[in-house]
Design a protein around this ligand. Structure first.
Ligand SMILES: Nc1ncnc2c1ncn2[C@@H]1O[C@H](COP(=O)(O)OP(=O)(O)O)[C@@H](O)[C@H]1O
Ligand SMILES: [Mg+2]
Length: 372
């Protein structure tokens, strides 16, 4: 999938921006506060209805305005699909694909798969299991069409089960009904996730090896309940605890990805720099598996790359991004630092944009900054 056209209105400091990105590499440079991250947020909003910086959409609406709008034309398997997102201060929103209102964010998300690499990506190692669960589910969602329905069903069952557990007196027969459905859905969910992680794990370890040598790195998937017992047994064994505390302790909602170095959590033993590399390898491997399985490519949003990686490792990341073959948007403050990573790759189609006070200007990369 490639974004062929992007127009943004009233999103943060971007009043009216219109650009035709390169189908491959897009480099955006500009001073702090010029609007670079906002452009990436606009693309993310088009893909998923919201920014990666905030779940709330109101902070994105330009001060003094009532709404923001992002429009894009996505090229996918030879077809051109117009996508539009409009979000108002009063909470009203409209998400459109092909001129038709889409019914859910999940449907919207299928048109433009995006991956973000920014300073928050390091939460993948240090953050809560939820972050890693979302990471696994990104891939499962994009490669397995049945997954979302199963995931939603399991969420609903859990909600009902937890509500029953919080009642003073529990109706065991009613609980049994939800448990039965939860068992079936959890097993299905676990199958999807474990298949996906198995594919992913192999690619990740190979890629990491080529990027940086960290002996003893392992990646293991935890399904959310004891691997020695069936989910049914676990629910039974946990019943008293679940009832006393009013929620379901084990299940797919507790699934996690455990990244370790010689058995220790990677977030606790690796240096900051090594953690960044592991995170980049995780993000890139996902896109590899996604591309190999679906034949599609996701769009990469890489915020402030020079600030995140040193020059040597940036070059490796750039190698990967080149091999991946999809569309990439990379931001950075310094034009030279940003361009330097690409100078020896003249064969790669790219565009350079200068971002200044909320305005974007395509510039010729060979011209000197002073001539712009
Ligand atoms: N809702 C908003 N309306 C107008 N300006 C905003 C809004 N939210 C943030 N800004 C401003 O937008 C500018 C662009 O921010 P950002 O995209 O993060 O810049 P960069 O990534 O280039 O450093 C900042 O100066 C910020 O103060
Ligand atoms: Mg920024």
């Amino acid at each position: 999938m490639t974004l062929k056209r992007l127009s943004i209105q009233n999103l943060r400091n971007l009043q009216a921006v219109d650009l035709e990105p390169s189908p491959r590499i897009n480099l955006l440079y500009g001073e702090n506060g010029s609007g670079k991250t906002s452009v990436l947020e606009a693309i993310h909003s088009l893909a998923l209805g919201r920014s990666f910086r905030s779940h709330k959409h109101k902070p994105l609406i330009r001060h003094g305005q009532e709404a923001f709008t992002v429009f894009g034309r996505v090229s996918s398997r030879g077809a051109d699909i117009p996508l539009g997102v409009h979000r108002q201060k009063d909470g009203q929103s409209s998400f459109k694909a092909n001129g038709i209102q889409v019914s859910s964010i999940a449907e919207l998300a299928s048109y433009l798969p995006v991956q973000v690499i920014n300073s928050d990506s390091f939460q993948l190692l240090e953050g809560s299991p939820k972050v890693r669960r979302q990471f696994i589910d990104w891939l499962v969602f994009h490669v397995e069409p049945q997954f979302f329905g199963v995931w939603k069903g399991a969420q609903r069952c859990l909600k009902h089960r937890n509500a029953l557990l919080r009642r003073d007196r529990i109706d065991r027969s009613e609980l049994a009904v939800w448990d039965r459905e939860l068992l079936t859905l959890s097993e299905a969910l676990h199958q999807y996730r474990s298949q996906s992680v198995a594919q992913f794990r192999a690619v990740f370890l190979e890629l990491l090896e080529s990027f940086v040598r960290i002996p003893g790195v392992e990646l293991n998937y935890f399904r959310g309940w004891d691997r020695e017992r069936s989910y049914e047994e676990v629910l039974k064994a946990n019943f008293e605890k679940d009832f006393q505390q009013g929620y379901t302790h084990s299940g797919c909602h507790r699934a996690d990805l455990r990244i370790t170095v010689n058995g220790q959590p990677a977030g606790e033993v690796l240096s900051r720099g090594q953690q960044k590399l592991v995170v980049c390898a995780l993000k890139v491997s996902q896109a590899y598996v996604f591309a190999n399985t679906t034949g599609n490519r996701c769009v990469y949003l890489v915020d402030d790359l020079p600030a995140e990686l040193d020059q040597h490792h940036r070059a490796r990341l750039v190698d990967w991004l080149e091999k991946l073959g999809g569309q990439v948007f990379i931001t950075g403050v310094e034009r030279e630092a940003l361009l330097a990573d690409w100078l020896d790759r003249p064969h790669l189609a790219r565009k350079v944009f200068h971002v200044e006070q909320g305005e974007l200007k395509a510039v010729d990369e060979t011209s000197s900054a002073a001539n712009e």
